[in-house]
Design a protein around this ligand. Sequence first.
Ligand code: GDP
Ligand code: MG
Length: 597
Amino acid sequence: FPAENVRNFSIIAHVDHGKSTLADRLLELTATIRRGGPAQYLDKLQVEKDRGITVKAQTVTLVHEIDSKPYLLNLIDTPGHVDFSYEVSRSLSACQGVILLVDAAQGIQAQTVANFYLAFELDLAIIPVLNKIDVPTADPERCKDQLQNMFDIDPDSVLQVSAKTGKNLPELLRAVIEHVPPPRGSKDAKLQVLLFDCFFDEYRGVICLVEVINGVLQKGDQVISKASGKMYDVLQVGVFHPEPVPTGSLHTGQVGYIITGMKTTREARIGDTFCRTREEKEVEALPGFRPAKSMVYAGLYPLDASEFDLLRIALEKLTLNDASIAVAQEATAALGMGFRCGFLGLLHMDVVTQRLEQEYNLKVVVTPPTVPYEVHHENGTVETISNPSQMPPSHEVASILEPTVIATIITPQEYVGGLLTLCSARRGEQLEYTFIDDARALLKYRIPLPEIVTGFYDELKSKSSGYASLDYEEDKWVAADVVQLSIRVNGEPVDAMTTLVHRSKSLRAGKDAVSRFRDILSRQLFQIAIQAVVDNRVIARETLSAMRKDVLAKCYGGDVSRKRKLLEKQKEGKKRMKRVGNVEIPQEAFVGKPGRS
Ligand code: GDP
Ligand code: MG
């Protein structure tokens, strides 16, 4: 296929607007997979199937003919979720155009806005498409108005499709071929290859997804990484159709995979440029990507301490495939040995812990999520703290910076009041308040990230009956009056419960923590004092009085098997207890609030 017959495109949309379903239909339409096969073909991970979300971006090559001319279409499926906008932007850099998909019943949502701007900034061709027009509540005219108001898109250029019934999909493929420009590279120029994603395959090792920007890449070529200077032999080249199919070469503008004998995905630097070893000096590096940064941290501990090694091995395997998980070993008095892990966001954290359960059969305790803080010491040094209990004493600290995000919220007008209150309670600073049509508002706020990771999304959903949508992007770090809040049980600090909170919130947080702790602790034979402490001052306290009756008293004279069952249950419970001083604490006390999915 000459480059002028190649189209590299992606589908971008708010979550649930139908990207994966549309991708499936396009695969069927081009006879890449057979009709009636498994749904969401490109969603390969079990968590993706369970949650119906796309986590890893996938790539597939389709062949489609119009006016009896064959075209090679490379479809790059992107995750639509806010945590993964990093993956969206790197997938987009291998494209020349996008299908901007909007659910015709829902209209423009927060991630539609974020994704539009990602594509717009990369100068990609944008094909506006309304999906789900088969749904009775679909309101295409309102959606077209919104597209025009928000993005200046001509209503007449908007296609209306149904990924469910297949309506207008051939027209959509035609629009892709007509409106997405072919890749710009030249086959005669020196080889220049963009590495835009990678994953680990148990049998084949590291598989790199690449776009050949210039020249032709062949099996047997020797290439060099511009980022690391390491040399690799190209052992295999191919495309996904939809399974990997070796092709021996990739021509200018084509998207496909290469296998090079890399050992781990950490070696594959996303955004890297490969060129021929002997042409290293003459070929320039493509503009790279910024590396993914951990924005949410949590401790992961095995529920059963004897499974520590299994957890270590499982995390090693997961990070082989997902280099965006940061892992460091840590130990706390209460929970024993475990790992401090960094994630792109809350959903990413949920997905990883779910994969540990599903793919490795491991039960883990996940401590409440925290964010990194930048600590400026009195002596001038700066460090990033990812574990609240490592915060240095306040007299050594000159200032603490917290990360903030720019949050975009789209909501029906009737919920605006409640959401303004929510955002200001979360220390938000209003940047924009506009209307996208006569009934829907767009709010833009700068909000500290610690406020976002502590249940912001759940509150947003409950204050808007589920109708508001949220997207956010990292913004600057700002100085904040942050204090360390620790919990003591009978005078002993419970290190795994230490958190960092804004001073204005410390009293509330302290009270909540001790009362939650009191409800969870089982009564024991002595009195227990639970205290919340800031700067060595007790700011909240609860007391749990001593227990009188033992478990078996309840079934005095009862039958033996019932007694045994109770004792067994108690033993089972014991395994899950952690001891702090002389107090036994059930593991659930350390578990973070459930995520937001
Ligand atoms: P994604 O999150 O954007 O990948 O969305 P999915 O493809 O997973 O679709 C979300 C839901 O919308 C699924 O239940 C689909 O079956 C449904 N869906 C997708 N396209 C259509 C459509 O054109 N019509 C109808 N009625 N439902 C659709
Ligand atoms: Mg999907």
